[in-house]
Design a protein around this ligand. Structure first.
Ligand code: OOG
Ligand code: MG
Length: 256
């Protein structure tokens, strides 16, 4: 089992929008540690092509998401600048295999934080912004089926994201129980609240920073952190209009 080869196969699946078999079937010894190495090889490939790191994402931080994909552990991946979609923009489905959308909270810091030992208080003191966000996930595996190591190697299914503008930094007490609606073609298909992510999405940031510390990486000021899907993810196809409604802001896109 060659980790470079696994990274290359995942990249080809993404570029051709053709799904592949999960690696844990082929290589039963493929571990989560190997998978994070594959993920960083993938990031290296992207940076060599001139892509820029926009930040990180946490995954499977809510019970809804864990139950959805039957993987019961939080994971993390990276997001690139090229993955960002403008509010109200178009999302190209032809470049994707079986995209799904999920409502999330995005967090940005004003100063770098490096673990280990970072606490919730450290994150609160370093906050620049806490925003409504959307993530589009697109597993590179057939039938959206994977085990923990597979999904980590696949950069936690990262595909695209959108960040809103309504900053909750001075309303953090309101954030966790704020109601969110996900609409597909005008119909409500999911409802959720930020508390679904670890009880408080800021705890997801704490977890990310302490995980990044294992490879001596810091969360840098200005980077975006997607803190994890708050509901089941919602599949969509060409022609669908997706809207995520927060009290003061709606994030939407048109799938083309
Ligand atoms: C795995 C990625 C999970 C989240 O927010 O929980 C994730 C997947 O569902 O494909 O991004
Ligand atoms: Mg997500």
């Amino acid at each position: 089992m060659n980790l470079q080869e696994i990274a290359t196969r995942l990249l080809l699946a993404q570029q051709s929008a053709k799904p592949i078999r999960q690696f844990t079937d082929e290589f039963p010894s493929f571990s989560v540690e190997d998978a994070y190495k594959v993920q960083s090889i993938g990031l290296q490939y992207a940076l060599e092509k001139g892509e820029k790191l926009a930040g990180y994402k946490m995954g499977l931080t809510s019970y809804a998401k864990q139950r959805d994909v039957q993987v019961f552990e939080a994971i993390h991946g990276y997001v690139l600048k090229s993955m960002e979609v403008a509010k109200g923009g178009a999302l190209d489905t032809t470049q994707r295999i079986h995209p799904r959308v999920e409502p999330e909270v995005a967090v940005v810091l004003k100063s770098n934080l490096q673990g280990p030992g970072i606490t919730l208080r450290d994150v609160e003191n370093a906050l620049q912004g806490v925003y409504p966000a959307i993530e589009i996930v697109d597993s590179r595996y057939e039938a959206f089926k994977f085990k923990l190591a597979d999904v980590v190697a696949d950069n936690t299914s990262a595909s695209a994201f959108m960040v809103g503008r309504d900053n909750y930094i001075n309303r953090l007490a309101d954030l966790t129980l704020t109601g969110i609606l996900v609409k597909k073609n005008g119909e409500i298909v999911e409802t959720g609240t930020p508390a679904a992510a670890f009880g408080d999405p800021l705890l997801s940031v704490v977890s990310l920073i302490n995980s990044l510390a294992k490879s001596e990486q810091a969360l840098e000021a200005g980077m975006v952190v997607l803190t994890g899907g708050l509901t089941n993810s919602v599949p969509f196809t060409k022609g669908d209009c997706i809207e995520v409604l927060w009290p003061n802001e709606t994030l939407s896109f048109q799938a083309i």
